[in-house]
Design a binder for this molecule. Structure first.
Ligand SMILES: NC(=O)c1ccc[n+]([C@@H]2O[C@H](COP(=O)([O-])OP(=O)(O)OC[C@H]3O[C@@H](n4cnc5c(N)ncnc54)[C@H](O)[C@@H]3O)[C@@H](O)[C@H]2O)c1
Length: 528
């Protein structure tokens, strides 16, 4: 349990896990297979590498030797280590040579029938104790295993690209997979310095499923003409803390590849609207605008390389008047320190329900209402929605939306306040959830639903998203920081506003909200 939680294994466990598999078979020497072979050989296993295309496999080995040489040049490994790694990998022409392997990892073409045929052959070659693992990204582990006489011996080991670098491995259980084999594979991943997470075989497993809203929601915003790709990317990067914006990332992955995964997950979930693919992507694929690889996608990559798309930041404005902070501002609390540190800003602090007053406006974290509706509901003339930031102290950019009765002077004063705090400001249309909050609550909802439906546990989903796609925070940990009540209300607001079932909140969130309110009541009661 402790080893699983920390992603490390003790020296004895490491040695045991490695010794259990003196020889490992890797089938497919493409992008993933060669990387997996390198990982195994780097940890002392003999690797038997097989591919139908011997020439391609030898080329892949040659490229690996060159990559390892670069690591020697950078003094990351010694020349001797490089030599040992290369000597441990043996290309084998015939599948029969895999009889010695006690674990065979398949990374061949993504096709169910071909994968089934391969494992049927292997079942005749390898002894009963050999574990079979598939690196498939999208095919059901249960379905691959179903063609075997002994389906319990097949599991999923889903590595991420590049396998030697990426820490996450999803350890996937098919319906009939043997729990002891899953545990052994998990121990081996830990011994390899990887971070394994357990998941049940379901479409997209954890990462490829929970990440869908990171593309789907910004694409829907683009379709609704809420903001340009450059604005959406900037907010998600510079406010929400993602390493890359969704449109930049889709351009990098390839819009055709991303569209194909979206379609496959949508079909696999029986057309659930949560995974509905985007018409914009479909049109771009039809036009051959596939991203970086074709020179144009959401952005234009001219001869000069990346063409930085302009972002319409608000021009400089003056902050004037006193700023009042009423009560604890929750996620926005770091703003208090920033304001206090700016001696030129006059600040009043008092008790209250946790908000900020500036330039005659109530400034609050965006939820599932428009700022206009919220202003009306709470009797404010002017209300400003601030989009979600991962860390309000460190965020470079802040997105704001103003209720419709905000005058120019009100707006400028609030923009001026954030600028005085060192932020660039983007003013976006007054839509529920704005950009970052809307995207992140959808990620939280998807993570919650994966847990609610038994795909994985809460800790696994957070670890998977942090280490599989480098999210700045695990979605459920993020939900806890935002407050599950706020997440739930935002989703309900979006569902009502758009009349779209894709926003229906997961029952897991409702359970958390109930639990949190019970706890608050108990605490109040306990404190008399
Ligand atoms: N590329 C990724 O980012 C990525 C990430 C995770 C998982 N995957 C999965 O890993 C698997 C491999 O993907 P890839 O990107 O490495 O593919 P790839 O096209 O780079 O390599 C596949 C290799 O398998 C070989 N091959 C095909 N059929 C074979 C057979 N019947 N027997 C032996 N060798 C065979 C091919 O010659 C090729 O060298 C797929 O199931 C894919 O879904 C890919």
């Amino acid at each position: 349990m402790t080893t699983e939680a920390t992603g490390t294994a003790g020296a004895t466990e490491t040695a045991e896990a490695i010794n259990r598999f003196p020889a490992i078979g890797v089938i497919g020497a493409g992008t993933m297979g060669i990387g997996i072979a390198e990982v195994a050989a780097s940890h002392g296993h003999q690797v038997l590498l097989h591919d139908v295309n011997a020439e391609a496999a030898h080329q892949a080995l040659e490229q690996m030797a060159q990559r390892l040489q670069k690591r020697v040049d950078k003094v990351r490994i010694s020349a001797r280590q490089r030599q040992e790694i290369l000597e441990r990998i043996r290309f084998v022409d015939e599948l029969d040579a895999l009889a010695k392997a006690r674990l065979v990892i398949e990374a061949i073409v993504e096709n169910l029938t071909i994968k089934q045929g391969l494992f049927q052959q292997l079942e005749k070659i390898c002894p009963a104790e050999t574990i079979f693992a598939s690196n498939t990204s999208s095919i059901s582990i249960t379905a691959i295993a179903a063609s075997l006489n002994e389906p319990s011996r097949l599991i999923g080991l889903h590595f991420f690209n590049p396998a030697p670098v990426m820490k996450l491995v999803e350890v996937i259980a098919g319906l009939q997979s043997d729990a002891a084999l899953l545990a052994a594979a998990e121990q081996l991943c830990l011994a390899w310095g990887k971070i394994p997470v357990r998941a049940q075989s379901t479409p997209g497993f954890i990462v490829n499923r929970v990440a869908r809203p990171f593309y789907g929601e910004p694409l829907k915003m683009l379709q609704e003409q809420l903001a340009s790709p450059a604005v959406i990317d900037t907010v998600l990067r510079e406010s929400a803390g993602f390493r890359m914006g969704p449109f930049q990332l889709m351009d990098l992955i390839g819009i055709d590849v991303n569209f194909a995964v979206s379609q496959s997950v949508f079909n696999a979930f029986f057309n659930d609207p949560r995974y509905r693919p985007s018409l914009i992507q479909q049109e771009m694929v039809a036009a051959g605008l596939l991203g970086r690889k074709t020179g144009r996608g959401f952005y234009d990559y001219g001869a000069e390389g990346n063409d930085p798309a302009p972002v319409p930041y608000a021009p400089p404005c003056d902050q004037n008047g006193t700023v009042t902070i009423r009560g604890h501002m929750g996620l926005g609390e770091p703003l208090r320190g920033l304001i206090r540190a700016r001696r030129c800003i006059s600040l009043m602090e008092s008790r209250g329900s946790g908000y900020l007053l500036a330039g005659g406006c109530a400034v609050v974290l965006a939820n599932g209402q428009t700022a206009t509706a919220r202003a009306r509901e709470h009797g404010y003339k002017c209300l400003v929605h601030v989009d979600l930031a991962l860390d309000f102290a460190g965020a470079k950019t802040i997105a704001l939306a103003f209720s419709e009765r905000c005058e120019k002077a009100n707006r400028e004063s609030v923009i001026g306040l954030f600028q005085a705090l060192g932020k660039k400001v983007l003013v976006v249309p007054d839509e529920p959830g704005l950009i970052a909050m809307r995207t992140v609550v959808m990620l939280i909802n998807e993570a919650a639903e994966a847990v609610f439906t038994g795909v994985c546990d809460a800790e696994a989903v957070d670890r998977a998203m942090r280490y599989g796609v480098n999210y700045p925070e695990g979605p459920l940990a993020w939900g806890r920081k935002i407050g599950f009540q706020h997440v739930l209300q935002t989703l309900e607001g979006l569902q009502q506003w758009f009349g779209d079932d894709r926003y229906r909140p997961s029952a897991w969130l409702r359970h958390q909200v109930e639990r949190d309110s019970r706890q608050t009541l108990t605490e109040r009661h306990g404190h008399g």
